[in-house]
Ligand binder design. Structure first.
Ligand SMILES: [Zn+2]
Length: 158
């Protein structure tokens, strides 16, 4: 079964990476420990946190939980990808903002929703099923791919 995640506190950026990899990930910034554990349990999510005590409490209750020790997002991503033997699920990329699936869309359908420059320059577009944000493989994309590929390679070399 595919892993699902629940992230807390300062892990907003790691949340976005896990969604890009294709994993169902929710992020709760201001929830108390009790609530976090309750949601992880009821939705069968792995709790990722920088709170070591919370990890201990969760594990005692039989909740899958992982203590994020790295401050650097990319290093934290590497750790999580290795720990849970994750892959880059390109068919299931999720919106980094809202966790919904991205769908390929014909660019003529979204012409009015993107700058003309972008319309003329790019061919492949995706629209988020949830928040309707439009995505394309812009100048950031090679960097994003490098980070993801590094995390997967790092896992394979362990
Ligand atoms: Zn979205």
């Amino acid at each position: 079964m595919e892993h699902k995640f629940l992230l807390d506190g300062m892990l907003g950026s790691l949340t976005r990476w896990l969604r890009l990899l294709g994993y169902d990930t929710i992020y709760l910034k201001n929830e108390n420990d009790h609530k976090l554990i309750e949601i992880a349990e009821s939705e069968d999510r792995i709790l990722l946190t920088r709170d070591e005590l919370l990890v201990k409490i969760a594990k005692k209750k039989g909740i899958k939980s992982y203590y994020i020790t790295k401050n650097n997002d990319k290093e934290a991503l590497n750790d999580v990808v290795s720990e849970y033997n994750m892959i880059f699920n390109t068919e299931k990329i999720r919106c980094p903002i809202c966790n919904s699936f991205l769908k390929n869309t014909d660019k003529n359908n979204i012409k009015n929703m993107i700058p003309e420059k972008v319309f003329n320059k790019f061919y492949e577009f995706w629209i988020c099923d949830g928040c309707k944000k439009i995505y394309w493989k812009g100048t950031h994309w090679p960097k994003i791919l490098t980070t993801i590929n590094n995390a997967i390679e790092n896992k394979n070399n362990k």
